[in-house]
Design a protein around this ligand. Structure first.
Ligand SMILES: Nc1ncnc2c1ncn2[C@@H]1O[C@H](COP(=O)(O)OP(=O)(O)O)[C@@H](O)[C@H]1O
Ligand SMILES: [Mg+2]
Length: 491
């Protein structure tokens, strides 16, 4: 498994989250168990201290044989020199009693209030004594607990005021080894660490396994994507039996392939169109030149061939220029130089320019627009291309004695400029396609109109780049009306 793979990363993530949770929980568990064990030990120490107190009080009645003047207890209370009479007896008694108290492993000593030790357990060593002196602070009549360490062992100790005749008369210092607690805690630690490691490694591998299952569909997408080439763009990934998120991804992927397929088909069709469009004038040129070579070399013949050749070359250049412009409209939005312009003045100028073409064909040409300035944001050069093409089409496809009218109306911050003709119109079957590149309607009864079929396509692209559009209505043999919609500038 590679460290950069999603499988590895998710498994590490799962394990890390679990590790944090488990560690937190284990620390809490460890701390709680430790606290309980210490509390139990404290209880235990208190019980033992209480029992020692009872025993000690019982000694009060004993009098040493060699000294009848003072009770043993009184001697204990006042002792401040070396040695204590009766210690042996006490020791003997004590040994028996301490056994019954279960103090074999414990260390203790009892002092009177003058600080003189009057009794201590047999196992007391110097080291233990030093530890006792260092850790048991001066007792102020309260029960106190402390941690000690001697003989290489940890102990827990109690300092306990022993009552005699209703007053605190002695101090008991008792220490019990923590071996048992430590053993439990170290076993618990091993158990916890082992448990965490086992759970984490299980999580890691299970996480990796589950992620692999989840990623199965990703692998499938990769496989299909790798197999897709221009030859099988119709290939799709099955969307059934996928997880919801993957279903969306695969659906988007499939849609993308579909769009690619459409674009590819479009590009294919387009390039064969372009090839065809460029081939025709070239074939004509070639034909004419061959003809000129084979036939006589008369001046008229050369002139005719040269004229036809130049016309075809002009056509070629126009088509290529238009194609380049169209490509720019489609992919470079910033080629338009937008500026504020008066559309009324613009249409009047254009009308004057085109009038002559209509007159030549004996067509009535009228400009019927309101005589007031209408401001728009536009690129004059390109807008001229739009309207010139529409007017030119109208003239081209309207027979002599027909009518052409330019009308405009402003409606809700948009201006609608229409070029209306009484020409041959467009059959319903062709209406959906006239904005396609190179689409021209071929009519048997008409000679070649000379256009390249890019005019309307360019006009619409320009209008749309101005935030507008072009639409039309047409009836075959009655006429057409093409309307350019453009946004009007705010006053
Ligand atoms: N006013 C019109 N009346 C009838 N047909 C039209 C009109 N305008 C456009 N058309 C049809 O739409 C086709 C595409 O127009 P256009 O893109 O301008 O190409 P072109 O003018 O180069 O032929 C024309 O060939 C013609 O058949
Ligand atoms: Mg045209």
């Amino acid at each position: 498994m590679k460290t950069r793979s999603i499988r590895f990363k998710t498994s590490v993530l799962y394990s890390s989250i679990l590790c944090v949770i488990l560690t937190g929980f284990s620390l809490y568990l460890f701390h709680t168990v430790r606290k309980i064990l210490y509390e139990e030990t404290q209880e235990d120490l208190k019980v033992k201290a209480g029992q020692i107190e009872v025993f000690l009080n019982a000694y009060a009645s004993i009098s040493p044989k060699d000294n009848s003047s003072a009770s043993l207890m009184n001697q204990f209370l006042s002792a401040n020199g070396e040695g204590i009479p009766g210690q042996e007896i006490i020791n003997q008694l004590w040994i028996q009693d301490s056994r019954s108290l279960g103090l074999r492993k414990d260390f203790f000593q009892i002092m009177n209030l003058k600080g003189r030790v009057i009794l201590r357990s047999e196992n007391m060593t110097h080291e233990a004594e030093r530890a006792f002196n260092a850790h048991f602070l001066a007792n102020n009549g309260r029960v106190r607990f402390t941690n000690l360490r001697f003989n290489k062992t940890a102990f827990y100790g109690i300092s306990y005021p022993v009552m005699f005749s209703n007053r605190s008369a002695f101090i008991l210092q008792l220490a019990t080894p923590l071996t048992f607690i430590q053993r439990i805690l170290s076993k618990l630690t091993i158990f916890i660490i082992g448990g965490i490691c086992a759970v984490l490694s299980m999580t890691f591998f299970m996480g990796a396994f589950l992620t692999q299952r989840i990623l199965k569909s990703v692998m499938e997408v990769t496989r299909v994507a790798n197999n897709i080439s221009q030859k099988n763009l119709n290939m799709r990934i099955q969307e059934q039996e996928l997880d919801q998120e993957m279903e969306q991804l695969v659906a988007s992927f499939n849609r993308m392939i579909e769009r690619l397929e459409q674009s590819f088909t479009h590009v294919n069709e387009f390039s064969s169109h372009v090839a065809h469009e460029l081939k025709t004038p070239l074939a004509i040129i070639k034909n004419e030149l061959e003809l000129a070579l084979n036939m006589g070399n008369s001046k008229e013949e050369y002139e005719r061939v040269t004229t036809v050749t130049l016309q075809e070359i002009d056509r070629l250049i126009k088509t290529i220029k238009d194609l380049l412009l169209l490509a720019k409209f489609e992919y470079k939005l910033n080629i338009f130089k937008m500026e504020e312009m008066d559309l009324t003045k613009f249409l009047k100028d254009l009308y004057q320019h085109c009038k002559i073409l209509a007159v030549e064909k004996n067509i009535s040409f009228e400009l019927a627009i309101p005589d007031r300035p209408i401001l728009i944001q536009g690129d004059i050069v390109h807008l001229r291309r739009v309207f010139f093409n529409l007017i030119h089409n109208a003239i081209k496809f309207t027979p002599p004695n027909g009518e052409i009218k330019i009308i405009s109306e402003v409606h809700e911050r948009q201006i609608f400029v229409s070029v209306k003709d009484t020409g041959i119109g467009i059959a319903l079957a062709d209406q959906a396609r006239i904005f396609e590149k190179f689409y021209r309607i071929r009519r048997i009864d008409q000679e070649d109109s000379g256009g390249n079929g890019l005019g309307l396509c360019m006009a619409r692209a320009i209008a749309r780049n101005h935030g507008g559009d072009i639409n039309f209505k047409s009836d075959a043999n009655k006429g057409s009306i093409f309307t350019v919609i453009l946004p009007v500038s705010l006053d």
